[in-house]
Design a protein around this ligand. Structure first.
Ligand code: NDP
Length: 514
């Protein structure tokens, strides 16, 4: 078999014009842990344009030298590969820091002057990539000022038109997401905008499209006739740690489900796109999200469960409950766990439950999609109680140990006929080795190349919020009423198991089949 490759945005990076990356909030945690390592690893792989500049923007008063030292230290601690002198020396002289407030228009004008000076020194236009990496409270003033200062419109309509990456969370409900989109639409063309969800940069998530649409064996069974349920779990075993203040204003639904989990659901449920064009893919994702039925959160059979962790044992160590964590008020009713039973009202998925859940201080860290197929007819091996014929499972593991496993029933060798599920397993690391690029490398490179496939479009974000905002409003009105509890180190509240009982299912991630 020949080694087939497909053209992706990574194929032509050196052809991109001179580039200036401006990070807003550059003194922060994300820049140190993810953005700087991603930029340097791209440089190391010769994937950045030959003329590439990095400008940190923030209120901190930092000299260019101090910013370089800060990045150097960050790389030493967080880069997936050592950054050798040659890579550092190539980029370091092009790194500077621009101190300014996020709402000070004059500071943006000075930034514009600095960018023009770089262009003059190069003797050519440069494209600017503005990376908004501040807490969400300052997204709006940054976007407004990029507009008012003219930075958003630099080289409009040309290959060097400005681009902007916006970090998550994109809004805290439907209204705020709508307002944010309003500012973006006034200031930018949608093609300039890249709303990030770093989950989409992970290999397994990208490979979902390949797996579904580059193999003929899955698509015929990827529907209500053969699939009995789809489960998506994004679980963490850690608590909120030092991020309690942030987390308590967010909760599991906003922090994980609205973005990561809904993206995984959209990619799993969507119809085949007409092409690999970013808009064709995003159109199909939006259609899948639009097909989701409103969630019942009251009545006899609610489709949502929320919970909060109490003291428990994690890896044999006592772990505090959420209310004992730093910066969490005793009055808090924030959910650290949320589970939902969703259904899509469309031809492909009618009647198939999509169970989704996410939480902190759960039994293990895992992100996976489990497609559970229908049980085979009980004709041969299902007769009586002699044999247990398990449904086939396709497990798509996003982390840890990215890979795909298919569970089939097999005969145990021997004289009697005994069945046992076996697994056909593929692991990224085993097959392709370690050192896979980090999600942020892929995403920054795609944004530089104007490829929005792995980013969230404005209508996608709002469609997801329109499903979840009513749930959040209901929970907020309820306060602690109906907030279940679960011991740290377990798989969440018992009520979440009941969500699945009606369909005759159980949560699979973390069960024996692993
Ligand atoms: P930080 O809290 O570290 O803030 C980044 C920078 O923004 C700070 O260094 C500070 O820079 C400035 N800043 C902080 N608070 C305020 C404020 N209240 N008003 C104005 N400016 C402020 O954020 P992170 O780097 O952790 O995250 C940046 C973005 O990325 C956020 O939107 C976050 O949700 C998202 N994100 C972060 C992840 C992470 O692991 N850290 C993971 C996924 C997403 P200065 O004082 O110099 O202006």
């Amino acid at each position: 078999m020949s080694n087939q490759t497909h053209a992706t945005s990574t194929d032509a990076p050196r052809g991109t014009p001179p580039t200036i990356i401006v990070i807003f909030g550059a003194s922060g945690d994300l820049t140190a842990r993810k953005l700087a390592p991603a930029i340097f690893n791209l440089s190391k792989d010769d994937l950045l344009p030959e003329s590439c500049y990095l400008i940190g923007y923030g209120r901190s008063s930092m000299s260019d030298e101090a910013f370089r030292d800060y990045l150097r230290e960050s790389l030493a601690s967080h880069s997936r590969r050592p950054i050798e002198e040659a890579t550092w020396d190539a980029l370091a002289p092009n790194i500077s820091f621009h101190a300014g407030g996020y709402d000070e228009l004059d500071s943006y004008k000075e930034l514009d002057t600095k960018i023009t000076a770089i262009e003059e020194s190069l003797g050519s236009y440069a494209q600017c990539l503005f990376y908004v990496s501040t807490p969400p409270g300052v997204f709006m003033p940054i976007l407004e000022n990029l507009g008012t200062s003219g930075l958003a419109k630099r080289h409009k309509g040309q290959a060097t038109a400005s681009k902007v990456i916006i970090e998550k969370p994109f809004g805290r409900d439907l209204q705020s997401a709508h307002e944010l989109n309003g500012v973006i639409n006034r200031r930018f063309e949608e093609s300039q905008v890249f709303r990030i969800d770093h989950y989409l940069g992970k290999e397994t998530v990208q490979s979902l499209l390949v797996q579904r649409f580059a193999n003929s064996i899955f698509e015929p069974v990827w529907n209500r006739n053969y699939v009995s349920s789809v489960q998506i779990t994004v679980s963490e075993n850690l608590g909120v740690g030092s991020r309690g203040g942030y987390y308590d204003r967010s909760g599991a639904l906003r922090d994980m489900i609205q973005n990561h989990v809904m993206q995984l659901l959209a990619l799993t449920a969507m119809e085949p796109p007409s092409s690999l064009d970013p808009e064709a893919i995003r159109d199909e994702k939006v259609k899948a999200l639009q097909a989701l039925k409103p969630v019942a959160f009251t009545g006899d059979d609610p489709e949502v469960v929320r919970g909060v962790y109490t003291e428990g044992l994690v890896d044999g160590q006592r772990a505090d409950g959420y209310l004992e964590e730093e910066a969490i008020p005793q009055s808090s009713s924030t959910e650290t766990y949320a589970a939902l039973r969703l259904s899509l009202d469309n031809w492909r998925w009618k009647g198939v439950p999509f169970y989704i859940r996410s939480g902190k201080r759960l039994a293990m860290k895992a992100s996976e999609i489990v497609v559970q197929f229908s049980r085979p007819p009980a004709i041969l091996f299902g007769e009586g109680q002699r044999f247990k014929v398990e449904p086939n499972l396709l497990v798509i593991r996003i982390q840890p140990n990215e890979g795909i496993t298919l569970y089939l029933n097999s005969k145990v060798p021997g004289l009697e006929t005994k069945l046992q599920p076996i697994k056909l397993a593929f692991g990224y690391e085993t097959t392709f080795g370690s050192n896979t690029p980090e999600a942020y490398e892929r995403l920054i490179l795609d944004a530089l190349n104007g490829d929005g496939t792995l980013f969230i479009r404005g209508d996608e974000a709002e469609t997801s919020w329109s499903l979840l905002s009513p749930v959040l409003e209901f929970w907020e009105a309820q306060g602690k009423n109906g907030l279940e509890s679960y011991s740290a180190g377990t798989w969440g509240p018992l009520a979440a198991d009941k969500l699945l009982l009606k369909g005759g299912h159980e949560w699979l991630t973390g069960k024996e089949y692993q």
